[in-house]
Design a protein around this ligand. Structure first.
Ligand code: NA7
Length: 538
């Protein structure tokens, strides 16, 4: 399509942002405050992105809220009060709405507007976006802030549509209260969403049956209210803490050690792992430099977690089933839990191992597995997402010469810095594949990307340029670099969503940049300082 379709209403902007999660909201605020005309288009009926959709019981962030929050406005971070170390989904959504209201952003947001097509118009180097509600938008720049985990995925199981009870997906949870009281419930999937929701559902349901294909490594959150004193300490030192997070490899503030596990005696290793376990969450993964790069080092951490699982679960057979063995520690995203393993000590919880036999079919009353027929009132699919690429490839995005992004990415995503794609001028992706995104604190990744993109648009404006496009050479060099860094780690060994393994037929490519946030930030800054090296500007 090369011109607006006259049957549509078309609005014109400097920039269109697609997606009203944390990325889109910050991009809108920043671009608007710098005088760009912007519209933000969102498929949902309200802002929040991930935190709008993921309302399942127990949904909460697994990074401490004091750092999983915006840092761009000191007054905002000083004013906002988080009630717990790891905020629950409703509190995060409240925060999102607070930010939207505080900066008066809603007037530039269009909800219930799902973008179906985004086509580059070569005549005037603009983007024409078409939504499902008969509206079109023209803009010089198009910014996809569509999230890494925003396309929920139902598994391929025989007769999946035949169940007569209630069906839920954790990533598309209903807005109305779901009450499992007196119900027999199945949860399929034991990734982060399963691990967060299982303890909550178990407390309510008459009986919960958990279907596990792959056990995951999970560390305790040690969730607790944020005391007034803790909050005061954080806030007194907020600007330093934020700087630390920005210039760390994880985007978080846990200690990054410079030491290999092999610098220590076995006793010292255990003491350090124990100390990190006591700190909770991702601290364990950062105990030594080589936990995700050296198989022997990794085994020490894996065995440490196995022993913790054995301590937490009463029945030794169940404990063994819960111990992950088919992937190295940390190579699937580490889960952070509250009472997950202990939940299997309850009388009303059963664990079914699917590692040897998949569910053979869904039935009207429940499901069949391993020649056993199960009956349920409700089935919860905690089966994850078409991660990192799904939200982009399901839109008909076309660049120069009518090239489709889905075709370009048919053998795996390619991009320059996870920000820009050759053949797709003036299009940016926030936390796209090829950037650190999901391997770091997303808030830090988001702010870094938005700041970089907005600086870039200001640079173009100041230098009277209107087109920017990644060169094919820069893109291909970056893709090789992303792959090369991944190969120095154990990450590619796991059948994770990082490599698309959860989607049958998806090309196996390690999608995020594993080199770390601080390293990546320096690379991006250097690219900009060198006059946007690797980009063609016109
Ligand atoms: P994940 O981490 O992708 O977990 C999905 C789970 O569902 C995982 O245990 C899968 O097992 C399981 N699964 C997927 N398909 C099937 C089928 N067909 N049969 C049985 N089990 C299946 O998604 P989450 O929503 O939990 O978490 C996503 C991210 O959100 C998380 O990493 C955090 O960043 C927040 P598998 O491991 O593939 O064998």
């Amino acid at each position: 399509m090369h011109a607006s379709d006259s049957s549509y209403t078309t609005s014109h902007y400097d920039a269109i942002i697609v997606g009203a999660g944390f990325s889109g909201i910050y991009a809108l605020h920043k671009l608007r405050s710098l005088g760009f005309s912007v519209a933000l288009l969102e498929a949902a009926s309200a802002p929040g992105g991930t935190w709008f959709w993921n309302r399942y019981p127990g949904a909460r962030c697994d990074i401490q809220s004091m750092v999983y929050s915006y840092s761009f406005d000191d007054k905002l971070q000083q004013d906002w009060h988080w009630s717990e170390r790891y905020a629950r989904q409703p509190e995060i959504l409240k925060y999102v709405n607070h930010v939207v209201n505080r900066f008066d952003l809603e007037r530039n947001m269009q909800f219930n507007t799902r973008i179906e097509r985004a086509h580059f118009v070569e005549e005037d180097s603009s983007w024409l976006l078409t939504a499902d509600n008969a509206t079109q938008y023209r803009a010089r720049f198009c910014i996809f802030a569509t999230g890494c985990l925003s396309v929920p995925r139902m598994p391929v199981i025989n007769r999946i549509d035949t169940f007569s009870g209630d069906v839920y997906h954790t990533g598309a949870w209903p807005h109305d209260t779901v009450d499992f009281t007196d119900q027999k419930v199945a949860v399929i999937g034991t990734g982060s969403s399963g691990i967060q929701s299982i303890p909550m559902i178990a407390k309510q349901a008459k009986h919960l049956t958990v279907f596990q294909r792959t056990p995951n490594f999970s560390t305790p959150a040690w969730q607790s209210p944020l005391t007034a004193n803790e909050e005061k300490q954080w806030k007194e030192d907020y600007s330093n803490i934020r700087e630390m997070a920005r210039h760390s490899e994880s985007g978080d503030i846990y200690e990054e050690t410079p030491h290999s596990v092999f610098n220590y005696s076995a006793q010292e290793q255990q003491a350090e792992l124990e100390r990190r376990w006591g700190q909770g969450a991702f601290n364990l993964q950062a105990a030594f430099t080589d936990l995700v790069t050296d198989e022997k080092a990794n085994k020490i951490a894996a065995e440490f977690v196995h022993n913790k699982i054995r301590q937490r679960v009463d029945d030794p057979e169940i404990a063994e089933l819960l111990c992950p063995r088919n992937h190295p520690f940390g190579t699937k995203r580490l889960c952070v839990d509250t009472d997950y393993y202990e939940t299997f000590n309850r009388d009303n919880v059963t664990l079914i191992d699917m590692s040897k036999a998949p569910i053979s079919s869904i039935t009207a009353q429940g499901l069949n597995h391993n020649n056993v027929e199960y009956q349920f009132d409700a089935i919860v699919f905690a089966t994850g997402f078409d991660a990192m690429t799904g939200a982009l490839t399901k839109i008909d995005i076309r660049g120069t010469d009518d090239q489709s992004l889905a075709d370009k990415w048919a053998s795996g995503p390619v991009s320059y810095l996870g920000l820009s794609i050759s053949g797709f001028p003036n299009l940016f992706t926030i936390t796209g594949p090829g950037s650190p995104s999901v391997l770091t604190n997303m808030m830090v990744a988001i702010e870094q990307h938005v700041d970089w993109i907005v600086d870039c648009l200001c640079h173009l404006r100041e230098s009277n340029k209107s087109v920017i496009e990644a060169s094919p050479e820069a893109e291909s060099t970056w893709v090789k670099q992303v792959e090369a860094v991944a190969q120095t780690t154990l990450y590619p060994q796991a059948n994770s969503w990082y490599v698309g393994a959860n989607i049958p037929g998806k090309p196996r490519v390690f999608m995020p940049y594993v080199g770390g946030m601080a390293t990546y930030r320096d690379i991006c800054d250097d690219v900009a300082d060198m006059g946007y090296r690797g980009f063609n500007l016109n």
